[in-house]
Design a protein around this ligand. Structure first.
Ligand SMILES: Cc1cc2nc3c(=O)[nH]c(=O)nc-3n(C[C@H](O)[C@H](O)[C@H](O)COP(=O)(O)OP(=O)(O)OC[C@H]3O[C@@H](n4cnc5c(N)ncnc54)[C@H](O)[C@@H]3O)c2cc1C
Length: 336
């Protein structure tokens, strides 16, 4: 009987991340479609709670646990993944495309003499064959691919399947893995929730454009007020922050800058294409190279002083013609 192995690692609190539960849904459907057996492998300091959280998937569950497997480290993650894959003779390995697995699992494919495809957007069985979907050319085209080589290691991006739900009491078969490592993990530094302004799971995207740093009606720039207004809104709503290219490029041109923006925030043709239910563009002109990054945003609104700006050319659902400083100040007051 062929095997689809779902691999996951625990989070710091011993749970499985939402993206892991999504990958489990995809792995379960793939195994069912191919008529393969589903096996689960969990890596972490302590894996019992994580195994219990997916007990109802009905699969045999292997665990590799201990202090050496608490944190992401190429050598230990690879050794653990290899042990599980060999224990169940996996033909297909499905895992979430977390930073931890994105680093370790390509090595697993090499070690097992297989192949790897990463950042996939979907998995399915077609005519008895596993088929993976992947976005190409900055999410403009979605391609499908299959491979005959085995094992085939597949990592799935977040947001591409429903998270699995089905907790219970799991039986975990512990695998002992001896791993000699030269790398010691001395700790993890995570930015606080308020410092981390790119929030892919947020309902709302707030985009800041270069207008926030331009001279306003009084002939002066008000970058301090802009920063405070944007941060107040983000902290109150836990929205995600995006930016236009002009605004993130300004730092290189010696202008006053919004201090918490980086090129990672840039939305658009040469930036990202985030997926949020709603988006609000502020002080951003709405030029095509920017707006193309909005194609997965459900409802689009913009605030601009210019009634003839790009957003007005059919690119948003609602355009508020007004001063974003004043409008967002009022919004923040209403948010309390
Ligand atoms: C090959 C290529 C790739 C590109 N890729 C990207 C990309 O990935 N992402 C991207 O964003 N751009 C990209 N661009 C650049 C893009 O064409 C625009 O230049 C850029 O998006 C403009 O940014 P902006 O709207 O913030 O700034 P501006 O064009 O300077 O617009 C500022 C806006 O703020 C408004 N404004 C000013 N003050 C206020 C106020 N108080 N209240 C309300 N509104 C106010 C103004 O009316 C104006 O509309 C690309 C360009 C090229 C050529």
């Amino acid at each position: 009987m062929n095997t689809v192995l779902f691999l996951a690692h625990t989070e710091c609190d011993g749970t499985l991340h939402k993206s892991a539960l999504e990958a489990l849904t995809a792995a379960t459907a793939l195994a069912g479609g191919l008529g393969h057996t589903l096996v689960v492998g969990i890596i972490g300091a302590e894996v019992t709670a994580a195994a219990d959280s997916v007990a109802q998937c009905g699969a045999r569950i292997y665990g590799v646990s201990g202090p050496a497997f608490a944190d992401g480290r190429y050598a230990s993650d690879l050794a653990a993944a290899e042990a599980v894959a060999k224990a169940c003779d996996a033909q297909i390995v499905v895992a979430p495309a977390t930073s931890r697995f994105s680093r370790a699992l390509p090595g697993l494919a090499v070690r097992l003499g297989g192949r790897v495809d990463t950042h996939l957007s979907g998995l399915e069985a077609a005519d008895g064959q596993p088929v993976a979907r992947r976005w190409f050319y900055r999410q403009r085209m979605e391609g499908t691919l299959t491979r005959s080589e085995r094992p085939w290691v597949l990592t799935l991006d977040s947001g591409c399947a429903e998270p699995f739900s089905g907790a219970g009491k799991a039986e975990v078969e512990a695998l002992a893995v001896d791993v000699a490592t030269r790398t010691t993990v001395s700790g993890l530094e995570c930015p606080s929730a308020d410092q981390q302004t790119i929030r892919p799971d947020a309902r709302v995207l707030l985009v800041a454009g270069a207008g926030w740093t331009k001279k306003q009606a009084d002939g002066a720039v008000h970058v301090d007020a802009a920063e405070e207004t944007i941060l107040t809104f983000l902290n109150a709503t836990k929205s995600s922050l995006g930016s236009s290219k002009s605004l993130v490029d300004i730092s290189g041109e010696g202008h006053a800058v919004i201090s918490f923006l980086t090129h990672m925030h840039q939305v658009g043709q040469t930036g990202s294409s985030p997926r949020h239910a709603k988006g609000l563009a502020t002080c951003c002109h709405g030029e095509e190279p920017h707006v193309v990054g909005w194609r997965f945003i459900g409802e689009r609104r913009a605030i601009n002083t210019d009634a003839g700006c790009g957003w007005a050319q059919g690119k948003c659902d609602v355009l508020y013609v007004g001063d974003a400083f004043a409008v967002m100040k009022k919004v923040n007051e209403l948010l309390g």
